[in-house]
Design a protein around this ligand. Structure first.
Ligand SMILES: [Zn+2]
Ligand SMILES: [Zn+2]
Ligand SMILES: [Zn+2]
Length: 377
């Protein structure tokens, strides 16, 4: 249990994408008896006729010349044929080789699951058929049997049945443990997700209490994975917000160039008349910047470290000159002077700016403006 869970957790931590769909199980109903026959879709069509299937069913039901006796729980007995069981399950083949003989019959035992589950299991080995309602009732023991006796077609059907409808908040903890035991990674993943998603309800179920008792390590692993999930959710939100902030800074830089070059609303270059009825401005950052620039022009404390608005403007201007590709033609105030100042600045401060510039440019990798390049490239 532990090893498969550890393996599972390892895989789950790598943020697995949504599991791919199971290979298509084309099923056709055999109307007569309510049986469902599983036919792999690769074959394209069913090549087993109803008569042939009925023959196999009959062979199992009547036990004609059966040479295997299967003992089940509560003194149940089933009769079967060694050649069929051996061909359908490599594990039963091995059991038959070592089985005790009683006359011409060999004796094997399948315990730990209800008698009816064993009967449905053995019948499936004969005809690949099962009744829908029986599958719903015995899906868990059938999953175990198909895993233990290595019958992959039935195992896949059980997983499919569980994924498509038999999984509930009441049984998911049990199914999760079984899926780990039976090495059904896709089903484990689906259960795990369901547990994380409905933790409040599921942690009050009997299944959860039983698991707490019998597998405390598994419980703590699930709780840990809950914390992991929460943390990575928070981390994703933080990253998104950070990216948004860098994008806003980038847009502010674009708007600054636009205001100082073309003019916008009330501010423009000294040699250019502003057109009152110009089309609405495309730069969302313009309004805030306009207020800042106007303030900067009139504030008495126009020094770095002065009023908070001026401080902000200085930072934006300084950021601009770090991003500006050509200070000779640039019309943003102080662009050239600040560039000279930056060259003389201390290393420690520079590293912080360098990271900021890198992040801003990275946030806007598509549609990069021709006005900006990193001066650090
Ligand atoms: Zn504008
Ligand atoms: Zn000010
Ligand atoms: Zn510039």
């Amino acid at each position: 249990m532990d090893s498969s869970y550890d393996r599972y957790v390892l895989v789950a931590k790598k943020e697995i994408p949504v599991p791919p769909p199971l290979p298509c199980l084309a099923t056709v109903s055999c109307h007569q008896k309510g049986f469902v026959k599983n036919i792999p879709s690769v074959r394209g069509h069913c090549c087993v006729s109803t008569a042939a299937r009925d023959l196999w069913e009959c062979l199992f039901n009547e036990g004609y010349r059966a040479d295997v006796v299967i003992n089940t729980d509560n003194s149940g007995v089933l009769y079967a044929h060694a050649s069929i069981l051996g061909m359908a399950s490599p594990v039963i083949k091995g059991m038959l080789r070592k089985a005790k003989k009683h006359g011409h019959q060999r004796l094997i035992s399948i315990h730990g699951v209800p008698h009816d589950a064993v009967r449905i299991f053995i019948r499936f080995l004969y005809s690949s058929c099962y009744k829908k309602e029986e599958m719903e009732e015995f899906v868990l023991p059938l999953l175990v049997l198909s895993h233990v006796y290595m019958v992959p077609q039935l195992k896949q059907l059980c997983e499919w049945q569980l994924e498509r409808g038999s999984l509930t908040t009441d049984n998911v903890v049990d199914v999760f443990q079984l899926a780990l035991l039976c090495d059904a990674p896709r089903l484990s993943l689906i259960c795990h997700r369901m547990i994380l998603k409905n933790f409040k309800v599921i942690s009050t179920t009997d299944g959860w209490s039983a698991m707490k008792q019998s597998h405390p390590k598994l419980e703590s692993e699930i709780l840990l994975s809950m914390i992991d999930e929460e943390n990575s959710k928070k981390e994703r939100i933080r990253e998104l917000e950070e990216k948004k902030m860098y994008l806003q800074l980038y847009e502010a830089m674009e708007a600054l160039v636009h205001i100082c070059r073309d003019g916008c609303k009330t501010i423009g270059p000294h040699d250019k008349d502003l057109n009152e009825d110009q089309a609405p401005c495309n730069f969302a950052a313009c309004r805030g910047l306009e207020l800042l620039v106007r303030h900067f022009a009139s504030c008495k404390l126009r020094v770095p470290g002065g009023c908070v608005h001026c401080k902000r403007t200085w930072q934006l201007l300084e950021l601009h000159s770090r991003l500006c590709s050509d200070s000779e033609v640039c019309r943003v105030p102080l662009c050239r002077n600040l560039k000279d100042k930056i060259k003389k600045q201390g290393k420690k401060d520079e590293i912080r700016w360098r990271i900021l510039v890198k992040n801003i440019l990275r946030a806007k990798t598509i549609g990069r403006s021709p006005f900006f390049v990193s001066i650090y490239d």
